[in-house]
Design a binder for this molecule. Structure first.
Ligand SMILES: *[C@@H]1O[C@H](CO)[C@@H](O)[C@H](O)[C@H]1NC(C)=O
Ligand SMILES: *[C@@H]1O[C@H](CO)[C@@H](O)[C@H](O)[C@H]1NC(C)=O
Ligand SMILES: *[C@@H]1O[C@H](CO)[C@@H](O)[C@H](O)[C@H]1NC(C)=O
Ligand SMILES: *[C@@H]1O[C@H](CO)[C@@H](O)[C@H](O)[C@H]1NC(C)=O
Length: 351
């Protein structure tokens, strides 16, 4: 304890943001994610500079309290001169209002929480206040690259916020019908790449598994939109647009009732995660560095979440265990308990 307060004292000027969050009763899943987001520099600065105020949707139909409480919390975490842990209870009230599943004090899934939180924040600071009427434009005649750009700008006509700027990328899913020999290209956006590994695997293996060409046959045969018949198809994912922040969810819990946890050691790099081989087109800008991890230890029912984050100011790594914040060595970051990984595109990196 004395050691920790010493560290705080010495670093209070050079490295802020080292403020713990009180556990309100099984809220470590929330605290872990909040610390990862607090160390996401562009999102932190958006809150610290009050830029979110400009974007708040003031029409009476939209509640803006979630973004406001989130920003308030980040501001306290980065301006507090005391090492006293902060209570996120006002924030919790707002996330409960937005997503009633977080009412109460049950252990929750950190990755689901992150998804709901980003979605909620996005809705309150969406720069689009009146969404255009959905028209189905046909981009099929366009070359793939152009089609991708068109789909992206269509998306921005409806969903355009700081959250999108930072976290959203574009995946390309190509479906090739065996009959038409046409590539039916679907475009969609995803915050998460989810996968399941067996034994010890590398993150690159997981990515290769996720993006490998799949044959859809038998019961899985999709209906080709061209020939209107169910056909054997091949499906393949590539990344069309790389997000600034790439959040990777290492899928450790089985879909069915989440009773079993896979403790596969996923070997992931701290630096230079090079995803260029997954790009739809030659891309030079697809190298990522790790800056935060949500760690889940224990079993599904009785687990505990912590976060390891690299402080954007000092570059040092810290463990955030609810109200406790302690320095850690970067060599401890990689473990079989890593659950959600936060990577930052190297060119937008601060270091
Ligand atoms: C919403 O209100 C705030 C504070 O009253 C103001 O600063 C901001 O410009 C308004 N935002 C929009 C999008 O009108
Ligand atoms: C991508 O790069 C490879 C190797 O540098 C090159 O052979 C290929 O023609 C490039 N493709 C495109 C679409 O630019
Ligand atoms: C992450 O979780 C594991 C499993 O319980 C634990 O042993 C380890 O100490 C945690 N790491 C940190 C740095 O808190
Ligand atoms: C987190 O703090 C609790 C309570 O002090 C402690 O029992 C636990 O070992 C810590 N966990 C990690 C991973 O540091």
């Amino acid at each position: 304890k004395i050691y920790f307060s010493c560290v705080f004292f010495q670093n209070s000027k050079s490295a802020q943001g080292l403020v713990g969050l009180k556990n309100l009763g099984n809220t470590c899943f929330m605290n872990s994610i909040l610390q990862c987001l607090s160390n996401t520099q562009s999102l932190r600065d958006y809150c610290l500079h009050n830029s979110h105020r400009r974007d708040l949707n003031n029409n009476s139909r939209t509640n803006t309290a979630l973004m406001e409480e989130f920003a308030k919390l980040i501001q306290i975490m980065w301006t507090s001169t005391s090492s006293e842990a902060v209570s996120p209870s006002e924030f919790k009230t707002q996330i409960q209002r937005y997503a009633p599943r977080f009412v109460g004090y049950n252990q929750q899934d950190a990755q689901e929480f992150l998804r709901f939180l980003l979605d909620g924040l996005h809705n309150e600071v969406n720069r689009v206040t009146v969404r255009p009427r959905g028209t189905m434009e046909d981009f099929d005649h366009l070359p793939d690259e152009e089609k991708g750009k068109k789909m992206w700008s269509k998306y921005l006509e409806r969903e355009d916020s700081k959250i999108v700027d930072v976290f959203v990328g574009q995946l390309k899913s190509s479906l090739t019908c065996s009959h038409c020999v046409l590539t039916h290209t679907l475009w969609f956006l995803s915050l998460f790449v989810c996968f399941k590994g067996y034994g010890e695997v590398s993150l690159m293996d997981c990515m290769r598994l996720f993006t490998k060409e799949d044959v859809l046959d038998g019961d899985e045969k999709p209906t080709c939109y061209r020939c209107k018949a169910r056909r054997r198809c091949t499906k393949k994912f590539t990344i069309q647009k790389f997000p600034k922040i790439l959040v990777l969810h290492l899928k450790r819990f089985s879909e069915a009732r989440r009773t079993s946890k896979l403790s596969t050691f996923v070997n992931f790099p701290m630096k230079d995660l090079d995803l260029r081989e997954f790009a739809s087109e030659n891309s030079t800008n697809a190298v990522y560095n790790l800056y935060a991890v949500s760690n889940h230890s224990g079993t599904t029912m009785g687990g505990h979440y912590t976060a390891y984050c690299r402080n954007p100011s000092s570059g040092e790594w810290y463990t955030f265990n609810d109200s406790r914040v302690t320095p850690m060595s970067s060599s401890q970051v990689r473990s079989s308990d890593a659950y959600v990984l936060f990577y930052e595109l190297a060119t937008s990196s601060r270091m």
